[in-house]
Design a binder for this molecule. Structure first.
Ligand SMILES: [Zn+2]
Length: 165
């Protein structure tokens, strides 16, 4: 028997799925959720865009999506990868950027046209604590593979820069 559900309920359940890289952000806030559809028969289709292919967090997120749906009695669903158009840092919501800064993580530098960013070395990553642009890269790998470790030369705080793109 297919449990009848609504799109609103699915979205509410998916708001319990957080990005393992940034546990304060939901996949919707990350811009990874491209759509939810429910067919006449009650089958749920979730369109999902990974932040970048090869990000180790992607598989974990799908496991979490399955778990939260099944725990709530929803068995008829499929998760479709949407790879085009690809996720970019522009998919980040303003809310997500603010939450990152509140957690001491510098959000991705918003400049998809900035080629230096594409080459993984943004010119300046502003400090999430004091907004100073006087920062330096300490390590290309921070607490997880998707983050780089920076230090602010103004307030001397080390911070993570979220570099997934
Ligand atoms: Zn600072």
């Amino acid at each position: 028997m297919v449990k009848h559900t609504s799109k609103e309920e699915i979205l509410r359940l998916l708001d319990q799925v957080f990005d393992p890289e940034i546990p304060t952000l939901t996949i919707r806030e990350m811009g990874m959720l491209r759509g939810v559809e429910i067919s006449e028969e009650g089958k749920v289709t979730i369109r999902f865009t990974p932040t970048y292919s090869g990000c180790p967090a992607t598989d974990l997120i799908k496991v979490d999506i399955k778990a939260v749906l099944q725990e709530n009695g929803i068995e008829a669903f499929e998760i479709i990868d949407v790879l085009s158009p690809p996720w970019t840092t522009d998919d980040f919501t303003e809310e997500a950027r603010k939450k990152l800064r509140d957690n001491g993580i510098a959000p991705p530098v918003q400049a998809t046209s900035d080629k230096s960013f594409v080459l993984d070395s943004p010119k300046t990553v502003p400090c999430p604590y004091c907004q100073s642009e006087n920062t330096e890269l300490l390590s290309n790998f921070g607490t997880t593979a998707c983050k780089a470790l920076y230090r602010c030369k103004s307030c001397l705080q080390p911070f993570d820069y979220f570099k997934c793109h």
